[in-house]
Write a protein that binds this ligand. Structure first.
Ligand SMILES: [Zn+2]
Length: 99
């Protein structure tokens, strides 16, 4: 079940991002270190990844076309989250309190 659809209003996505961050279901910070996990050698941040996986914000599946701009973050805790390009922007702004 996808809560989101690609046309979900940006306003709704912003509210959702705020709520998910407040509920600690989405991180407030980027993975540290930001680029490469020194222990595993796995990049902490990857662009162009996530096709076929669920976006952590809108809960829609990231299509192969959308994956080009999609972003994947891997945390030391083992958490991996992926976003559409637009959803990543919204998460980025909301977690920094700019929304
Ligand atoms: Zn999304």
């Amino acid at each position: 079940m996808a809560l989101g659809c690609k046309r979900m209003e940006e306003k709704i996505l912003r509210e959702r991002a705020r709520q998910l961050i407040a509920d600690r279901r989405l991180p407030k910070v980027l993975p540290s270190p930001e680029r490469i996990n020194e222990r595993t050698g796995v990049p902490s941040m990857k662009i162009g990844a996530g096709a076929g996986r669920t976006c952590a914000l809108c809960a829609s599946v990231i299509s192969a076309e959308e994956a080009a701009g999609a972003c994947e973050y891997r945390y030391e805790t083992g958490l991996t989250i992926r976003f559409h390009e637009r959803c990543e922007d919204i998460w980025d702004q909301e977690r920094q309190g700019l929304g």
